[in-house]
Structure formats: structure tokens, C-alpha cells
Design a protein around this ligand. Structure first.
Ligand SMILES: Cc1cc2nc3c(=O)[nH]c(=O)nc-3n(C[C@H](O)[C@H](O)[C@H](O)COP(=O)(O)OP(=O)(O)OC[C@H]3O[C@@H](n4cnc5c(N)ncnc54)[C@H](O)[C@@H]3O)c2cc1C
Length: 461
């Protein structure tokens, strides 16, 4: 029955995508409830004095099709932009250094450049090259990203390159990050070819033009263009904001379905047979506590991490070196407050007005930083950027975002936990629980999870 009413909790990208795909499947009676005064969840773009600053996500991978497909569906193809360069630095012993040319994942594809580079020690180079002789391991048992990388490529590869480059979006320490959940592709390569090196070498080599293309894209007018377009183009969905859901109740129906009662803080009750919960895990835990205590306990066991983002604008005259890269990530051992920075005005067109540069500093890996006030964050970020980039004056503009418990962590055993949550929810006909803490943190994964939720409701399960 395509016109059955559906209520979605949460108007982030997962909830909005679920509504979009439900409408595509013919649904005409959809309500989204969100506690915030704005829809879009973590997506939020500031336009101020000619600067474009993202509070949350600023780009997405295009190797997974879901974001690009949705952008196409929404008629936003002309908004897609790509980084102006792929070059990035690693902060190592306080200095910005280039990683060896030709590293594909962890695998040196330009042997001469790899051997000539001083980035890795000779001992580390030897270990990295030996990975080609690794024996296949067929076990599916989960392990940490750190264990996987150290066993195959050694400590230096983890500390200087793989850790800083690949673990960022999961906001999980490398020695706790689940290999099976976060990097199933590496796992598969290791099982199929024995060695990642052999797997990479077996892959068809991209044409030179393709290999210089980024696997990320952004949106010209910022990421909020995507959520705004969804909100505008949803025709059969009512988005009710400032509507915090406190509780989900349930009573069985005579026709073998469940009647869910959704209660909001302001005292409104909604009744429906179909609910899609897209709230962050710690919020979903609270509202499911009454009807599904087992699921609620599992939801409570997903951990999150916090971060701070400081975006700084400077006059171009106050920087002595041109910024010819997308930014840098820090080696694991670095103890600075800014763990990575994106040089927004070098990475994307249209982020800063003429004569200015814009830097986005990610902070919080060092736990002390999370306790800083906004002024302390700005001061610490400016101090580190000044030293690193030889800046000669103060920032002319700054923005601070404090993200508490906002990034889901995918720890070893994650997939089993997701499976047990699914088993705990399965008996509840008409209830679907999803979000970035389950099957992928990035925007394309969230959009896909919205799509899966819509398909679930459409299939009448
Ligand atoms: C700082 C930061 C940078 C990021 N950068 C990137 C990036 O560059 N690329 C990328 O792909 N991904 C990035 N991500 C990840 C990505 O932004 C998120 O995974 C994604 O936006 C999550 O969407 P969601 O809809 O699942 O959750 P959310 O966006 O969190 O939406 C959940 C919604 O539920 C609402 N809500 C919560 N509790 C209640 C309640 N009780 N009642 C009603 N409503 C409630 C909230 O108000 C919110 O609107 C980043 C995330 C962060 C925090």
C-alpha cells in the first residue's frame, strides 16, 4: 500500500533521503520530525562577507555513487566541483613534508620515487616492500586497522601515512578501528591476493588524467545546497521542526501490524504503523528504551567522539608562501592541537573573497583541546598555523564549531554489533532504525541508508 503514512524521526541527510526515496516509490503521506529549528542535521553552510564556511561536512567521496546520483536527481549537476589539486602534506616532526610520489593506498607504484624519498626510514621501506610476499589469511575475524597495517607494512606506515590519511572520518583511534567495518575492501584484497601490494598491481592502471582526478567532490554553493534542495523538492513530506521526540510507544493492531505512538516534548502524539528512526545512536537509545530495551542497550553501546573546528581567514598579503595543496594531516605521534587542516581556498574555488585565504583546522584528537573555550581554540589554531605557514598577522575572520559526541566510532566488532541491533529490531513490524553509526559515516553512505529505509517500508515488511 503506497499511500500508507510514514513518520521519519530526524531531518538530517539520512531522514531527508529516506523521504525522497519514499516519494520516488509513490508514498504521499510522510512526516519528518526534528528537534532542531533547521532541517539538514549536521549539514550546515555559512555564507558571510564573501566566505563560504561549512560547519560540518564539506565534501564527499564519489567512488560510492549515492551522493552523485541524488545530486543528479535533484538537478544539481552544475553545482558539483572538484578539488583544484590532489597534493597534500603530512605533518611530521613539526614540518610539512611530501609523502613519496606514487603511493597507491599503502603501495609504492613508483619504486624509484619511493626509494629516493626520505619520508620513510630504510628499515620501513624494506618492510613496506616485503608486503608483496605476504601470505593470504582467510580468517574473517575482525581486527584493528593498526594491527592490519603494522603486520603488513610496519609501524612507520601506520604512524606517518595510513593512520593520518585513512582513519580521519571514523574518528576512532587506529588501534580500536574495525578493519571489517571501515575497510572491507582492504580485507577483500588481502584475502583474494594474499598481499595488498599484489592486489594493487593487478588493478588496471588508471590513465594519467584519471589518476590525477580526486575521488572527492564538493558543491559550489556549499553542502547545504543538497539538504535545501531536498527540503524544497519534497512534495508529499511535511517537515515539522522544533519537535523533539521523547518517546516511542507501541500497541499491536488487529491486522497484524503495530501502531506506534510518537510523543514529542511539546506534548503532541503522532500515530503511525511505519516509523523510520534516523536519530544519532545516543538519541535513538532514549526513545526506544520503552518498547525495545534490548535494542536500546545495543544503541547505547555505540561510542562517539567529539571535535572542534576552527576556520580562520587571513589576508593573502600576510602569508609568505603560496598554499599549493589541499592541506595536511598529522602523523599519529604529533602532539599539536590541530590534527589536520584543509586549506579551503587552495582546495576549492569560491571559498574566500579575492585577496584572502581560508583555513579549516580540525581539533580534538588531543583530549585537552576539547576543554578549550572558543577563544582558546582560535588562539591555539592561529598559533600553530602562523608557525607552520609563516603568517605575519592575525586572522581577519574566524568561526568555531563545537561538535560534541557527533562522530560515530566504528570499533572492532562493529559489524557483529550492527547485526545484533538488526536482530533486536526485526520483530518490530514497520520499524526501521538507521543512521551514520551503522553502515557508513560519509554522506553517500547516509544517503544509501535512507534509500534502504525507504525500500524497507516500500516492501511492506
Ligand atoms: C564535523 C563533521 C565533519 C564531517 N565531514 C564530512 C565530510 O566532509 N564528508 C562526509 O561525507 N561526511 C562528513 N561527516 C559525516 C556526515 O556529515 C554525517 O555522518 C551525516 O551528516 C549524518 O547524517 P544523519 O542524517 O545520519 O544524522 P544527523 O545529521 O545527525 O541528523 C539527525 C537529526 O536528528 C535530529 N534529532 C536528534 N535527536 C532528536 C529527537 N529526540 N527528536 C527529534 N529530532 C532529533 C537532529 O536535530 C538532526 O537533525 C562529517 C561530520 C561531522 C560532525
Amino acid at each position: 500500500m503506497k499511500n500508507k503514512p510514514v513518520i521519519i524521526l530526524g531531518a538530517g541527510i539520512t531522514g531527508l533521503s529516506a523521504a525522497w526515496y519514499l516519494e520516488k516509490n509513490g508514498f504521499t503521506d510522510i512526516i519528518i520530525l526534528d528537534e532542531s529549528p533547521f532541517a539538514g542535521g549536521k549539514i550546515s553552510t555559512i555564507h558571510e562577507d564573501g566566505f563560504l564556511v561549512e560547519k560540518g561536512p564539506d565534501s564527499f567521496v564519489i567512488t560510492k555513487p549515492y551522493a552523485v546520483d541524488l545530486i543528479h536527481d535533484l538537478g544539481l549537476d552544475d553545482q558539483l566541483i572538484y578539488p583544484k589539486t590532489n597534493r597534500f602534506f603530512i605533518l611530521k616532526d613539526g614540518n610539512l613534508v611530501n609523502p613519496p610520489k606514487g603511493l597507491n593506498m599503502m603501495v609504492p607504484t613508483d619504486l624509484q620515487a619511493f626509494l629516493e624519498s626520505k619520508f620513510f626510514s630504510w628499515h620501513a621501506k624494506h618492510k613496506i616492500l616485503q608486503e608483496s610476499t605476504a601470505k593470504p589469511r582467510f580468517s574473517n575475524e575482525d581486527e584493528s586497522f593498526a594491527d592490519f597495517i603494522i603486520r603488513r607494512f610496519g609501524n612507520e606506515m601506520l604512524d606517518l601515512y595510513a593512520g593520518p590519511l585513512f582513519t580521519g572520518i571514523y574518528a576512532t583511534p587506529a588501534n580500536e578501528l574495525s578493519m571489517n567495518a571501515a575497510f572491507p575492501q582492504f580485507r577483500k584484497m588481502a584475502q583474494q591476493y594474499g598481499s595488498i601490494t599484489r592486489a594493487v598491481k593487478k588493478q588496471p592502471q588508471p590513465a594519467p588524467a584519471a589518476s590525477s582526478r580526486s575521488s572527492f567532490a564538493g558543491l559550489k554553493n556549499g553542502m547545504q545546497t543538497l539538504s535545501d534542495a531536498l527540503i524544497k523538492q519534497l512534495k508529499h513530506t511535511k517537515i515539522i521542526l522544533d519537535s523533539k521526540v521523547n518517546m516511542l510507544g507501541m500497541s499491536p493492531n488487529e491486522n497484524n501490524t503495530n501502531n506506534y505512538q510518537i510523543k514529542t516534548e511539546s506534548g503532541v502524539t503522532y500515530n503511525t504503523e511505519n516509523v523510520i528512526v534516523t536519530l544519532p545512536s545516543n538519541k535513538a537509545k532514549l526513545i526506544l528504551n520503552q518498547i525495545a530495551p534490548v535494542a536500546s542497550d545495543i544503541l547505547g553501546s555505540f561510542s562517539t567522539s567529539s571535535s572542534r573546528i576552527v576556520t580562520l581567514a587571513y589576508k593573502t598579503d600576510h602569508i609568505t608562501e603560496p598554499l599549493l595543496a589541499t592541506g595536511y594531516v598529522s602523523a599519529e605521534r604529533e602532539k599539536n592541537h590541530v590534527s589536520s587542516a584543509t586549506w579551503l581556498s587552495s582546495k576549492w574555488d569560491g571559498r574566500a573573497p579575492e585577496g584572502h585565504i581560508l583555513l579549516r583546522c580540525f581539533m580534538g584528537k588531543n583530549p585537552e583541546t576539547l576543554t578549550f573555550t572558543n577563544d582558546e581554540l582560535i588562539h591555539a589554531a592561529h598559533k600553530e598555523m602562523s608557525k607552520m605557514l609563516s603568517l605575519t598577522d592575525e586572522p581577519v575572520h574566524y568561526w568555531v564549531q563545537r561538535w560534541d559526541a557527533a562522530l560515530p566510532q566504528y570499533k572492532v566488532g562493529h559489524i557483529e554489533k550492527v547485526e545484533s541491533l538488526k536482530n533486536a529490531i526485526d520483530p518490530f513490524k514497520g520499524l526501521f532504525v538507521t543512521g551514520s553509526y551503522l553502515n557508513g559515516v560519509g554522506l553517500p553512505d547516509c544517503i544509501n541508508q535512507g534509500l534502504q529505509a525507504a525500500d524497507f517500508v516500500s516492501s511492506d515488511r
